[in-house]
Ligand binder design. Structure first.
Ligand code: SAH
Length: 237
């Protein structure tokens, strides 16, 4: 997860306690909390990007997300982690039927919309097209929508971004998932995403205004949906 405010309700609900970072990760802002397995739930490592020491805000975005994912998958090698989930808030589009408060699961892939490299081979690398774990039956059971998740390092949507997002067919816009997915794929671990819509990109109201108004409610729905998903994953295993 990217932001403390997104992670706090979930961390509290699963009873996650702080685990000490491994020595090689001490310089990184990310934070790993661990919640032991329960009768219904698998063990969960709740990894949060943490606070940037220079500016004092959450380390949102792809660089920190990649570092956090690498830290988790090194501290808990691949055979111990069954699934990586990128959980957080996101923008949606009313033209695609999204509403504030909807929760999406990623399907069928993660893409990047602000990595433009017009050279054969590098264009595909930049876009990503990283497959998402098939959580569609869980999404259906939990009343979640599914859609392609698109990642970029800006909150706004530039005209270039808009064109690329339309071409990719993405329905969920955020700033971390494709980076998390890239690192998870390097480790051979399946990756999914749970994203609560805080803002509608095609609304006349500014994204930051919508985001601020809806963050607390979104964090609660992330908690509810992720808890329910963890229970279902526990029941499957
Ligand atoms: N802290 C800032 C805004 C952070 S919003 C503030 O309070 O104004 C960015 C975070 O929310 C990112 O972690 C991103 O993944 C997610 N997000 C929510 N809506 C988004 C959108 N429309 N575009 C990109 N990222 C979005």
């Amino acid at each position: 997860m990217a932001m403390e405010a997104e992670a706090a309700p979930l961390g509290e609900a699963i009873g996650a306690f702080r685990s000490e970072s491994p020595p090689w990760a001490r310089a990184l802002p990310c934070r790993l909390d661990v919640a032991p397995a329960t009768a219904s739930r698998p063990e969960v490592v709740l990894a949060v990007n943490g606070i940037d020491p220079r500016t004092g805000v959450d380390c949102i975005g792809s660089t920190a997300a990649a570092l956090t994912t690498q830290t988790v998958l090194t501290a808990y090698p691949g055979d111990e982690i069954d699934l990586v989930l990128s959980v957080g808030t996101a923008g949606g589009w009313s033209r695609l039927g999204a509403d504030i408060g909807d929760v999406y699961m990623a399907w069928d892939r993660f893409v990047s919309h602000d990595r433009r490299i017009d050279i054969p081979g590098f264009d595909a690398f930049a876009r990503g097209d990283l497959p998402a774990a098939d959580l569609r039956h869980h999404a259906a059971a939990l009343g979640c929508r599914t859609g392609i998740v698109t990642t970029g390092d800006s909150l706004d949507e530039s005209p270039d971004d808009q064109e690329r997002i339309r071409a990719s067919g993405a329905e969920v816009k955020e700033m971390e998932a494709a980076a998390v997915a890239w690192v998870a794929h390097l480790h051979g671990v399946p990756v999914g995403a749970v994203k609560a819509i805080t803002d509608l990109v095609d609304s006349p109201v500014s994204t930051s205004e919508q985001f601020t108004a809806n963050l607390a409610a979104a964090a609660q729905s992330l908690r509810e949906t992720t808890l329910a998903l963890l229970d279902r994953l526990g029941a499957d295993s």
